[in-house]
Design a protein around this ligand. Structure first.
Ligand SMILES: NC(=O)c1ccc[n+]([C@@H]2O[C@H](COP(=O)([O-])OP(=O)(O)OC[C@H]3O[C@@H](n4cnc5c(N)ncnc54)[C@H](O)[C@@H]3O)[C@@H](O)[C@H]2O)c1
Length: 264
């Protein structure tokens, strides 16, 4: 084992990546596989999942991969997912949950359907999948769970992202609670607030001119004056998923290139 493998301690471990069909999830799968983790690729978008799988194998043919095409908006599907991943790999060591939905709906227009969809996909699935994964990880006395949140969960978010912000705030409480509950079994639970990235979630169906203005504004006010590369955020996920983060649990890591400072 070389010194990098020793430092990270993830070679041969099984990483579940929820939201692996695109954006940050895809990049997390690529980065964790690059350092030797086997990857369970989870999403509801089969075509894009297959693309992620092909990308992982192109760079790391020795890594074991499997696709789990599921809609995580129900508790049954979340519970079943844990069973299916365990049945296939006989272990779960790392969980990275990036899947989320974001619709631009002002507080006065929020209805029950929007509330339920957002909370169920973003927050409820993070709880049930984290809880299920933690149960398995406890058996092996080692685990790393990273739930993606957002600056909206810290600041409350823009007016149209109120429910999204609520879902991400809830994830912070959940992360801290599960961190306490699982620490004695070596299972560490953290949240990560990533930088702005141009993905379908970021675009949230915005009209072209509104989107162009928002992108310009992003570059104008952000601390770095540039877009963050997904690999940069995935490097922070690699840290949280590795042996290196052994003292870090219940933490919200802002891997946001200063986005929160700019009020994004
Ligand atoms: N992109 C940004 O600017 C940004 C900023 C802050 C936080 N985040 C957070 O980062 C994470 C990843 O965001 P992204 O930009 O990569 O998003 P994305 O839209 O590129 O990817 C989200 C993935 O979630 C999947 N998904 C959605 N609903 C699902 C369901 N019911 N069942 C299964 N899969 C489902 C989608 O198919 C998609 O592949 C999210 O948690 C998001 O809140 C993103």
């Amino acid at each position: 084992m070389n010194s990098v493998d020793q430092l990270l301690g993830i070679k041969g471990r099984l990483a579940m990546i929820v939201g692996a069909a695109g954006g940050y999830g895809r990049q997390c799968a690529l980065t964790l596989a690059q350092y030797g983790a086997n990857v369970a690729l989870i999403d509801r978008n089969q075509d894009e999942l297959e693309k992620t799988q092909a990308m992982v194998l192109a760079g790391n043919p020795e890594v074991i991969t499997a696709i789990f095409n599921t809609d995580i908006s129900t508790v049954d599907n979340c519970d079943q997912l844990i069973k299916d991943v365990f049945q296939k790999f006989n272990r779960i060591d790392i969980l990275v949950h990036t899947a989320a939905v974001l619709q631009n709906i002002l507080p006065d227009d929020v209805d029950e359907d929007h509330w339920n969809t957002t909370l169920n996909v973003n927050l409820r699935s993070q709880f049930f999948i984290s809880r299920g994964a933690a149960k398995v990880m406890r058996e092996g006395k080692w685990g790393r769970i990273t739930n993606f949140i957002s600056t909206a969960g810290l600041s409350g978010g823009l007016p149209g992202s109120i429910v999204y912000g609520i879902s991400k705030s809830g994830a912070i409480a959940m992360t801290k609670n599960l961190a306490r509950a699982n620490g004695r079994d070596g299972v560490l639970v953290n949240a990560l607030s990533p930088a702005t990235l141009d993905t379908p979630l970021f675009r949230r169906g915005m009209k072209d001119d509104v989107l162009a203005d928002l992108m310009k504004e992003h570059l104008r006010i952000n601390a770095y004056g540039r877009w963050t590369r997904p690999e940069e955020v995935a490097a922070a996920v690699l840290f949280l998923s590795s042996e290196m983060s052994s003292t870090v649990t219940g933490h919200v890591l802002r891997a946001d290139s200063g986005a929160e400072l700019a009020g994004f």
